[in-house]
Design a protein around this ligand. Sequence first.
Ligand code: G6P
Length: 624
Amino acid sequence: MCGIVGYVGKRDAAPVLVEGLHRLEYRGYDSAGLAVLHRGRLQVTKTAGRVQDLRDKLKSNTKATLGIGHTRWATHGEPNEINAHPHTDTAGRIAVVHNGIIENAEHLRAQLQGNGVRLVSDTDTEPLAHMIAAELAAAEASTGDADGADTVGVSLEEAVMRTLRHVEGAYGLVVLDTKHPDQLVVARNGSPIVLGLGEDEMFVASDVAALVRYTRQVIYLEDGEVATIRATDYRTTMLNGGQANKQVRTPTTVDADADDYDLGTYQDYMRKEIHEQPDALRRALLGRLDDRFATARLGGINLDARDLRNIRQIKFLGCGSAYYAGQMGAMIIEELARIPADAEPASEFRYRSPVVDPDTLYVAVSQSGETSDTLMAVQELKRKGGQVIGAVNVVGSAIGRECGRGIFLHAGPEVAVASTKALTNMAVSFALLGLLLGRVRDLSAASGHRIISGLRNLPEQVNKILHNEEEIATIAHRFAQAEHMFYIGRVRGWPVAREGAQKLKEISYVHAEAYQAGELKHGPLALIHRDMPSVVIIPSDDLVAKNVSTIEQIKARGGPVIALASAEIPEGLADAVIKVPRAEPELEPILLNVPLQILAYHTAAKLGRDIDKPRNLAKSVTVE
Ligand code: G6P
């Protein structure tokens, strides 16, 4: 998804902006650009390629100290140089970078064209530059302030606010005015903007990843908030609140540093993040296991024993992998706490006028904490009086703040588009929630202890799986030419199959479909033949014999089988076997998922895919 950076200070702005954009590349983009103020004039550089092309194109002698930059993920208009941001007004006074979608863009474009303005791009962003310039010109004309210096009512901020009152839709934006060379104006409505506070310099970005190299002191803008930032100060105000509400907010410290975003010895982030899982798991468990009462400690959810006992149902809401993690969570919680639990895609939930039950605990699941569909579902829930907690990885993100309470995932920054360590930490966090809910109900202390020790074993067991990477890679290479694949599971294996198929299709573009094993014979069996491999998931549960018979059914029809098994299965039954260490049965989905990440990774690697930035996908989808 699009990325924004901005800088005002003493440094050479262009390299700072390029570095920031480079840090945002992981979000997915198709073009990039930046604008700096050089000797009173805008200098705009754009490319329909990568940030590296932008770096190559830049003139080295700018020495500008004010600028804005952008990586674009096309929505309005194809990805080309003209449509890349920043966008400017006709005179080249104003430059704007924007994330999100302006919904009344067509209307704004038509209005401007009606007034004789020539629009050069097809974007929904360009109108903003013309409108802000027009607001400034009109205000300056009426005060006779031709050089545009601040006078009462003619600030850049005021012009931006006046413009935004005509704008419908979602935005995070940064505005540069050549006649206000000491400042940038930023605004947020539905698309994240974070300010980074340095010493005599100020940064702005859509994601802290762009900032951590320079500062860890940040301020997350709220929806409807506008700010003017200068090298040494900033003020925020509400779009609808007027000047009286101006405030200086207390910064928060980001829980990550530049190293977390470095590849180190790895070639790509996905593999690095797969290998970080043992550590990520340890962090998710840290301080949360209570040996004395054989339960979990989750202070952030803010629910006491009575509240926990009153919960009649758990419902997870998320998108993509976060939804599948919710499905794993629902499975684990039903088992540990015997409370009905399920998961639903957040987008479905918000569009279907759901019945919101006050005794249901809703859990909004999101790595980024910025996914628009999930955020909207939370807002809808709150409107209807539902109780909702967040399960997010990025502290300070919109969903975390909107929920106000929840479970932080502590996976550390996740850069690759395909979620691995965050997903694992989601599932383990839900096991903790299940343990906590179970222990205020029927789960015995002995079972609680068993789960606690099972959780403690997970990091080492994941390590064992990682040691097996080469073997899994060999299997991946053997089947990499398949055009389609089935992922088959039942009960505990079912959410694992769904997430496994998701991982494969996301990064390798091999068509993968998950099916419940029992459903095979009701349709999909017709597709089984020698070019259609199936990954069959076999946890060590009561259903091993059934899963073995599923493999036999597939084999009988000539379909190759990769068995992913923590259980013992007959020798020679499957064409390939990936062995997984045995965990406590309820926790097995967490472990079984890891080899499927590795399988997908090595399939994609063999096929030469851009693993961290799969085509058409973005790390967090902050627009509809
Ligand atoms: C995008 C990504 C998925 C991810 C989903 C949810 O669609 O491509 O990999 O699972 O967003 O992201 P979130 O940040 O809310 O967990």
